[in-house]
Write a protein that binds this ligand. Sequence first.
Ligand code: GLN
Length: 496
Amino acid sequence: MSLTRRTAAELGELMAAGEVSAVEVTQAHLDRIAEVDGKVGAFLHVAAEAALEQARSVDARRAAGEALGPLAGVPIAHKDVFTTKDMPTTAGSKILEGYRPPYDATVTARLREAGLVILGKTNLDEFAMGSSTENSAYGPSHNPWDLGRIPGGSSGGSSAAVASYQAPLSTGTDTGGSIRQPAAVTGIVGMKPTYGGSSRYGLIAFASSLDTPGPFARTVLDAALLHEAFSGHDVMDSTSIHAEVPPVVEAARHGDVAGLRVGVVRELSGEGYQPGVLARFQEAVDLLESLGAKVTEVSCPSFTYALPAYYLIAPSECSSNLARFDGMRYGLRVGDDGTRSAEEVMALTRAAGFGAEVKRRIMLGTYALSSGYYDAYYGSAQKVRTLISRDFEAAFHQVDVLISPTTPTTAFPIGERADDPMAMYLADLCTIPANLAGNAAISVPCGLADEDGLPAGLQIMAPVLGDDRCYRVGAAVEKAFQDRWGGPLLKEAPAL
Ligand code: GLN
């Protein structure tokens, strides 16, 4: 079997057994990138030389008898919103074109410590704002199932890279759904850890109370291995949780739902959902029951207000976070010809450097936070946020996990929602509640919708620090579906 078709766990074992070198594994993935990324557009930057160098060092350490972790030598695609000191970091924005950070994000540093080989940086919606990668200043990425469709967003380069076998693993960030939604529409696994379970240090901020780094992979076990490699307490992030990483790898190895209480969220289905997505979801519900889970319907009434609350809170935080991009410190500077004031240069730089969606959110957020409107908008949204957390708490008294479709539709055509922000925002209807409450949530593939043959995702939500439950249930579902499908859902990247 070609090295690019292997899972990360298999590659780790092959390298540990000396059957293949990290350089060979890396070269196979660089060759795949050269072969298909012209069509997919997953990468903004491919770091071939640095990757081979890292692979050589892993091989040398192994040859010297050093004990290495399970992912040493495994290639990974890294979302271009994490700082990397040896590669450009753009956050998908013109305002950071050519920016080379002087430091590594904690996630980046931990990938390197685990011996993972960073192949390059992946495309995203500008500053992670979007659900399709169409808001990237560098053009969209394409879904490997159908190149005319979106690979989800904002981490769409990362989902497309894994779904097209350019990398077995990738990183993402999930503020409102940006890992789970792209995973669902490309037929792979994507996990949003508990907020504060993975470090935000060196992650270019969008909405700081929501941003959460997490893994993409083609299997639940691979996602867990990556989750474990970069998560855990970090003194550099004041919101990092002081607790052990939940036993995610153990859980992924022992998928089991017998006796588990599963709640179907009543508010996350019905009108506006694609019939094929609902049909696959119902099959997953039946499957869980057949595996011994006790499935009941649970009502979380405040979830209905999650989307509007999110679109006040996230833009408010972004308007504050993005104030630092002023053309004075780093990145783009426009109009500095000696005749203009600093304020004029700032205005010209921001006008030229930010795209339409980013400007829309900065204006929305500035308005929501302005004196006289603060209580009516931002204050109310924060109250809704509390109600959503209470809904989760009440639900988790009745059940162990909650489930829903990950996203209401399969991958939509590129361009279809590009000029309709409200339609774009609906892609995150089911994922946003877990962000507002800080819970753990995963998306695993649950089949192909009948009407278009495109992947649908099952979302499994667990309490704060219950990340292992997501993996335990995800692994059970994955195994049962694979038995039924006769192998993984993603057997080939169909459009390539
Ligand atoms: N699509 C949502 C937004 O545009 C979520 C983005 C994200 O999770 N980074 O805000």
